[in-house]
Each structure stands twice: as C-alpha cells, then as structure tokens.
Design a protein around this ligand. Sequence first.
Ligand SMILES: [Zn+2]
Length: 575
Amino acid sequence: MNLLPFGKLPAYRPRTFVPPNLDLGDWSHIAPLCDQLEARAASCRTAAELERWLLDWSELNAALDEESSRRYIAMTCHTDSPDAEKAYLHFVEHVEPQLKPRQFALEKIYVAHPLREKLPQPRFQVFDREVKSHVELFRQENVPLETEEAKLCQQYQKLSGSLTVNFRGEEKTLVQMGRHLEEPDRPLRQDAWETVARRRLQEAGKFDGIFDQMLKLRAQIAGNAGFENYRDYAFHRSGRFDYAPEDCEKFHDAVEKHVMPVVRELQAERRAELKLEKLRPWDLAVDPLNRPPLKPFGKVSEMVSRTQKVFDRLDGELAGGFRQMQDLHLLDLDNRKGKAPGGYQDTLNEARLPFIFMNAVGVQRDVETILHEAGHAFHALATRDEDLRAYRHAPIEFCEVASMSMELLGNEFIEEFYSAADAKRARRVHLEGIVWVFPWIATVDAFQHWIYTHPDHTRDERAATWLALMDRFGGDVDWSGYGAARANLWHRQLHIFLHPFYYIEYGIAQLGALQVWANSKRDKAKALNDYKKSLALGGSRPLPELFSAAGCQFEFSTKTIQPLTKLLREELEKL
Ligand SMILES: [Zn+2]
C-alpha cells in the first residue's frame, strides 16, 4: 500500500554512484557505499577527483535523506498505520545510528585530505568551513554527556506534556487551555489563565531542577571542547560564523529602543478598545472588539485555489511552482483523523521537490501557515540545479527570510480570502504579531546570554535576571499579584531547555523579511527578482551575501530596526 500522497517521483539527476535498486532502509546495503567512499578518498589524485568524490557522497546523502523524509511523511499522514510507524522507527533505530559515525568518519577524511585546499574557491568556502568546524568541535568525552543531555531534554518534554488541569469539571491539556484566552468572557479568561499558572507553579521546582542539571552538563561540554563558556561553544556549534554575541546584544538594545514604544502604543490601543484600566496577562490574545474569528475559507480546496490566486497576482514563476506542487500531489493540507498535529515543509532530496503538510481548519492562522510553508517550498524549488546537497539548504536565519517574506508579500493580496474589512483585520493581526514577537525573542535570547556567561548563578539570581528582562521587554501589562508566575514564565519556552540559543534566528530572519517587503513597496518587480535570485543561492554563500542578494542588509542594530519599525507603525496606522 502506498501511504504517500504523491506517486513515483524520479530523481532530478539520474544516480551515478548509488545503485538504482538499493534498499535504503537496510543498513547492510548502505554500509558498502560508505566503505567505498572511505577507500576512494585516498586515491583522489586531483581536486576534480575530490570534487567528484564529494558529489558522490552528496548523492548518497540525498538518497538517504529522501528515504527518511518519505517514511516521516507517510507516518505523519497516517499515524494510525502500524506499517508506517514501523517503517519510520526502523530507519530511526537501525539506519541513522549506524550512519552517524560513518558520516563523521567521512568528514574527518575530507578535513584531513591534502587536496582539500585545492578545491575551487569561493565555491567550497562555506561547505569547507562548516565541515571543518564540525570536526574540530568533536570530543569523544562529550558523547556520553550529550546522551545525558538528551535524556534531560526528554524529561522536560515529558513533564511539560503531562501537565493537565481540571477546568470547570473537565480535564484539559495546557494547549487546550490556551484557546480560552481568546474568549470574550473576561472572568473566564482570568480563571483559565490562573488555573494554568497555578499548575505550572506546582512544578516550578522540577523545571528548575532539570535546568540546573542541563546547565552543569553544558558547561562541561563547552569546557571539554576548549571554550570558556557554553555561549561561545554554542555559537561555533550552530555555525554562526557571520555574527557574534555582541551583534545579538545590539539587537536587544535596538528592540528596547525602537520596538518597545510601538508595543506600548498597541497595548494602549488594546486597553482602550477593551475599555480596561489596565491590561492583565489574560487580556493579550482576545480580539479587542470581541468579534467572532475570521473565516478565510470553508473547504481546504478553497484555501488552495485562493492561495494559487494570491501567487498568480504576485509572480508568474512562483505561481507556477505552487501549481506544480498541486499537480504532483505534494500537498497534504486538510485536518483529518489519523494525521499528526501541526504543519511543516519537507524536501524530497533526490527528486529535489518540496512537500507541505498542514492541518487546516479554516482559520486565519492557516492562511499565514500556507504562505509561510510555500515560501520554504519556493526555496527548495529554486535550488534544484545545485548538485551539492549541503548547498540546497540555507542556514535557518535565511530559510526563514524565504518563508516570512512570503507571508508579508502574500498578505498584500489577501482579499482573495476576505472582504475589504476582514482583509484589514487579518493584516493587522499579522503585523501586530510581528511587533509582539521581537521583544519576546530579545527576552529569551538575552536571558540565555546571561545564563551561560554566569554559570555559577543561583536560582534566585536567575529569576531576578528574568524579571529584569520582563521589565525591559514586557511593556505595560499589570502582573500584580502574580509575581511568582511572572518569575517562572521562562519554564514554558521549550527552546531554552531543548535548543539553547536557537531563537534569535527568527528575529534576524524577520528583519530580512521586513526588508524584502519594504523593497517591494518601492519596486515590486526588483524586490521579487532579488528574492528569487537569493533563494536560488541555497546555502552556497555566507549569510551576509545571501541577505545582500535578497536586497537586504545583514545587520540587526538600530540602523536596520529603526526604519523597519517606522514602516510597521505606518502600515498599522492604515489598518
Ligand atoms: Zn519556517
């Protein structure tokens, strides 16, 4: 039974190294190819031969990647199929763990190769620095520490996922409780908010306990790799070659100086519309005019055809890409029983085609999601001619420029979904969301900078630091009576526990997306051309060059943030 929504998709380039009928789910079939690559490296006599070797390795990686994606897609589209689950778990348990050390061995061989420096430049610059850094950071003694860390991550997830509350006679998860914060009935919102806050506070000691252990492990991991602190290690490990902690600090300062006044203005408007003296933490998600939710479409087929019309009006080439995805059944968008939650874009790496997964139910958020994921899909389509697999993917700081730009550019034609009045409202929700997220990103990022450069802090000092950041970036929300909930608010941000330092990327990317949007207001054709050109570069150039190809500056201080904030404010005033 074919559990995939799409049919057979041929490889974009015929295989030249991986045998055509190889079983990519069977490690005994894959291992000989790794052996061959290892043996062949030594016999490369010219840079061209080494390049060929890299392309063969790349072909194997693409084939394995696609195999993994196919199994993941089948499983998420059919969570009720034991076959799909078995196939996916087989790959995760029996192929990936065997593959990982072999990949690392190949990386080491590459880094030590005498012809490495003869490879054409700047073609291999980005690839080279990444592999080199990966090899240099590796320490055998960190392997068991990372296993410990992964176990703690799982403990955090288990604890967060297990939290339920009894609310008005029904047991509910905290995710389900979130919806009550959009209800017009204020006492109900307060009750829901307090119930969740109380439940989290009961576990505060456990969350802090898990984090204390993580902190110790991470300091040790960084020390073993020769770094003074975990922050500096994390910057290297995430491949942040093109910006430093000081740039992040400039971002925090610029958000405080330029975005916070807009946040306060929006909060004052909200307060006036809700006719309140003070905004409380449970007043932030409700529609300030108590209107029913926006209804952009009924059936998912309507969402697709309207999205197509948005792209038709935006750009012929991108519109063609979205049509191609429909023709090849590379979309699985409706919410139905037996589907995993959420939404994602994945790439079938051998066919070099994107796939979008969603659970659309007919709300405004779905429109933002389809535009966002389509932006990622356009990125994948734009890099099809790139033969080095590593370059068909950009760093997250730029991947999200592709997707977030598409939200902003697509929103210009959102009348395809709405009446004029509702279109205004949808745009307002979207733009306000962008304004709100900057201070939260700054808070989460600044908090981690402090944490990992003060490894011997106490829990009280940590809470005090968090509270100071809430003062800086929280705006005018009245938390009186809820000091403990406010001090522990960071417990709910999973990135702080699971993916340290991985958050500012979204802020950097949003600045890029806003610049693309600003450019499009001056010259739409040029902005779109630059956007498409930059997407086609994939990950082949460093971040500043990707940004500059898109017509943006890779810079996140006042110089960039001030004019963009001005634009956001002007656009919001029109709505
Ligand atoms: Zn994204």
